[in-house]
Design a protein around this ligand. Structure first.
Ligand code: UD1
Length: 428
């Protein structure tokens, strides 16, 4: 397995172009199952998770063309054409779902279009148990019969197809909102989703579904009303820029006291993270192409609590903690979304960080310096938090198990190197 070697202490300067958002691209690709016509998606990132979903959709019968099968109408990044003219298989097998939880997003579309779906349960993952009970309860409210057997969800729509329903999610779930939103576009009648997730990726999916002929009201709010349609049609859609990637590079500027223009970064998607950076003494200003981020002096300690959008994103919590390990003072970092999302703590401690965890809160006492060390991570955002810490640490850090990074950050070492980082990939 590849490793990444970082020699810390360089001040980063330059610009980083943000790619399409992985967490928007995945549901958008699953939405291709809702129509027999071609969905063309532009600005897709080159990431392992995208490839995993290409494999899954391929075995459902989706024909995937690299150029979108259509003229590249001003798209940046990779363009894919996804055509589910005929769904040949409604089973999502364990071998693929276990690699990536987001595979479960095929459940709603398959059930809505084919009336049946058999999807492997994703199981636990490094950041918690992450059940899919909210997805299943909502589908049952739409008339589906759900059975759990042999590690699989067997779902069957009633005769005549899924029915619209009034659904109130007990907690905010991005995946459940996306799955049910997709299913509702082809259901009979009206579906209302209360306490829906408002993440920009959910909004992006809703806009794409509208482009495919769906009728959705309340986009961008926590109440979505969907009028079911008999069929959806072809569309051409561009994936929004990745706010988590943008936030991560903004943090890279902050932790090294450097200056980076995050091209494609959007203030309206990063309000909470920008607020935290500014409170830490970092200058963040909108530019014509995105955001300019400039570290100035030692960071100040800031408390954060992760929340559903528009709150501070859980997917930036580990990275922010890396910053706070070097801040002047103590900061309290509270994780409210996932129960086991502090795996980066012992690894940051190996680099000299002073962190105490009690329940879902980490108390971080800033230290004057971190020291490089061999580290290893068990999830994507934890890995990148170690990269950030290493950029600012004295000496050399080796980040092991780089495949986690490759799931969410495209060519991260090349892009950091272009800003002056001393970083290289060591192939196995
Ligand atoms: C998505 C993102 C992930 C991000 C998370 C929260 C994708 C592919 N992944 O994950 O990067 O960290 O949103 O912003 O978009 N829950 C249940 N039952 C359910 C569903 C969720 O209890 O049926 C719980 C989860 O365990 C978690 C919380 O709800 O504690 C939020 O999870 P959810 O928003 O569903 O996260 P994902 O969609 O899996």
């Amino acid at each position: 397995m590849d490793k990444i070697r970082i020699r810390g202490g360089r001040t980063l300067r330059g610009e980083v172009m943000i790619h399409g958002a992985k967490n928007a691209a995945l549901p958008l690709m699953a939405a291709s199952l809702l129509t027999d016509e071609t969905l063309t998606l532009g600005n897709l990132p080159h990431l392992a998770d995208i490839t995993t979903l290409v494999h899954l959709l391929g075995q459902h019968g989706v024909i995937i063309s690299m150029d979108g099968g259509a003229p590249n109408g001003g798209h940046d990044g990779r363009v894919l054409g996804l055509r589910a003219e005929r769904i040949t298989r409604t089973i999502a097998p364990y071998e693929i779902v276990r690699k990536m939880r987001a595979s479960v997003l095929v459940l709603g579309p398959l059930l809505a279009r084919e009336g049946t779906a058999t999807v492997s349960l994703p199981g636990g993952c490094a950041i918690g148990t992450r059940p899919i009970d909210l997805h299943l309860a909502a589908l049952e409210q739409m008339g589906a019969r759900i059975e759990l057997k042999g590690g699989y969800v067997h779902a069957l729509a009633p005769t005549g197809g899924l029915r619209g329903a009034e659904i109130r999610f007990p907690t905010v779930s991005v995946g459940a909102t996306e799955n049910i939103l997709m299913a509702a576009t082809l259901a009979k009648g009206t579906t209302v989703l209360h306490n829906a997730a408002r993440e920009p990726e959910v909004t992006d999916l809703a806009h794409c579904l509208v482009a495919m002929g769906a009728a959705i009201e309340g986009i961008g709010t926590d109440c979505l009303t969907i009028e079911g349609r008999d069929r959806l049609h072809a569309a051409d859609y561009t994936v929004l820029p990745d706010r988590i990637e943008a936030g991560t590079y903004a943090f890279a500027a902050a932790i090294t006291g450097g200056e980076i223009e995050v091209v494609g970064g959007r203030v309206d998607h990063l309000d909470a993270a920008i607020g935290a950076l500014q409170a830490a003494g970092v200058s963040v200003t909108p530019s014509a192409r995105g955001l300019k981020v400039k570290g100035q002096g030692r960071l100040k300690a800031v408390d954060i609590t992760t929340q559903p959008f528009p709150g501070f994103p859980t997917d930036l919590q580990a990275q922010f903690m890396a910053l706070m390990t070097l801040a002047d003072g103590a900061s309290m970092i509270t994780e409210t979304i996932f129960e086991n999302r502090f795996m980066h703590v012992p690894e940051l401690a190996r680099m000299g960080a002073d962190i105490t965890v009690r329940g879902n809160t980490a108390l971080v006492h800033g230290v004057p310096a971190l020291r490089g060390a061999p580290v290893m991570a068990t999830d994507l955002r934890a890995s990148v938090s170690m990269v950030l810490a290493a950029l600012a640490a004295e000496g050399e850090t080796i980040v092991n198990r780089v495949y986690h990074l490759d799931r969410g950050y495209e060519r991260i070492e090349e892009r950091l190197r272009a800003c002056g980082a001393d970083i290289e990939r060591l192939p196995e």
